[in-house]
Write a protein that binds this ligand. Structure first.
Ligand SMILES: Nc1ncnc2c1ncn2[C@@H]1O[C@H](COP(=O)(O)OP(=O)(O)OP(=O)(O)O)[C@@H](O)[C@H]1O
Ligand SMILES: [Mg+2]
Length: 347
């Protein structure tokens, strides 16, 4: 067994969907386009993946969780392709990488009591020496997420509130102590108080147990609250990446700037009601040539370059990167400075 810190690396992960209604517009939709990033267990981190509806976030989550084979590219776990693990290695991966979804109602079986979401992994992974020991584990985990065992154990999923169901899933994560949490819009159906509590539990998990979270959201203010790193995805491409605070307060990519301009300035008092208002891309627009910047038609800084080549990730400052030619070539340097200085200005 390797002693290297655990990591999940996406290398050029691409997901194309074909068929059905897509046939009418050329047959394919590139939902994820060469996604490349690494989640490391040490030091533990929180990385938010932020993007508008349909930008490819859940597809990335499903691929990392092994629920979907990418069309191209690889997901490596400690250097091994997750789709080529033997069954013992895959079990290990399934234990190390735990999902938390938007509304976990769908993954609770309505015919079984809530207790089963704890007992199944306890049995599968041999977490307890006895029934009493198992119950102790469950109770500890429920307390860790501010749930009283008596309020949830013995009940059926429909007898819990959405917030309680979501916390039960966090308690399960607490019990399993995975190295990685893949959280896909876990708070978007929760009210503000429960939402903050949920985010604080994730921050706690990082501090206390060293868990790394990939946090998927359409809500920039949630990413801002969590801190850590933020990646911005648009039309399947990661277009910007950096410290959450930098990306949100001084966005480098014109797309991110538009996204941020479309919500009220991150303001501690209003952040829980913000919602991105950028229009969804039509499939027709998405099916056009992709050997270019996909934001070109909406960008006031557009140049010939942008129509003719795909911009690579380029340094846009201190640990901040953007897939934008403003940051790529000497001839664009002046404009890069101009855009960086015009914080808050409309694009
Ligand atoms: N199984 C599928 N077959 C065909 N198209 C799909 C399939 N799954 C996803 N898509 C398409 O791929 C694109 C990305 O979908 P995805 O669910 O990853 O977006 P998302 O960023 O999670 O959006 P949301 O914020 O609305 O959850 C969308 O255009 C979606 O319609
Ligand atoms: Mg989604």
């Amino acid at each position: 067994m390797s002693t290297e810190p655990k990591k999940i690396s996406l290398e050029q992960v691409t997901q194309t969907f074909r068929g059905g209604a897509l046939s009418a517009i050329g047959g394919e939709l590139i939902a994820v386009d060469r996604a490349t990033f690494t989640l490391t267990a040490e030091p533990p981190q929180i990385i938010s993946l932020v993007g508008e509806s349909g930008s490819g976030k859940s597809t990335i989550a499903r691929i990392i969780l092994g629920l979907q084979h990418p069309t191209a590219g690889r997901v490596l776990y400690n250097g091994k392709n997750i789709f080529k693990l033997d069954s013992a290695e895959y079990d290990r991966y399934r234990r190390d990488v735990q999902p938390v979804f938007q509304d976990p109602y769908g993954i609770f079986n309505p015919f079984y009591r809530v207790d089963r979401v704890f007992w199944r992994p306890i049995e599968k992974f041999g977490l307890a020496k006895s029934k009493a020991n198992g119950l102790q584990l469950i109770e500890e985990s429920l307390h860790a997420v501010d749930l009283r065992p008596a309020d949830v154990l013995g009940r059926y999923p429909h007898q819990l509130s959405g917030g309680q169901r979501q916390r039960v899933m966090l308690a399960r994560v607490h019990m399993l102590r995975p190295a990685f949490i893949i959280a896909d819009e876990p708070v978007s159906m929760l009210d503000a108080a429960v939402r903050v509590m949920f985010l604080n539990v994730l921050l706690d998990f990082r501090e206390k147990y060293g868990m790394t979270t990939l946090f998927i959201t359409h809500d920039l203010s949630t990413a801002y609250y969590l801190g850590g790193e933020t990646m911005v995805i648009s039309q399947g491409r990661i277009v910007e990446r950096g410290r959450a605070e930098d990306v949100i307060t001084k966005p480098a990519h014109p797309y991110t700037r538009q996204l941020i301009a479309s919500v009220p300035v991150p303001d501690p008092d209003s952040r829980w009601t913000d919602r991105l208002e950028v229009s969804e891309q039509t499939a027709e627009v998405r099916s056009r040539s992709r050997d270019r910047c996909l934001f070109a038609e909406r960008c006031s800084h557009v140049s010939d370059h942008c129509w003719n080549a795909r911009p690579a990730m380029m340094s846009a400052g201190n640990a901040q990167n953007a897939a934008c030619f403003l940051y790529g070539t000497a001839e664009h340097d002046d404009r890069a400075v101009a855009i960086a200085e015009s914080v808050g200005g409309a694009l």
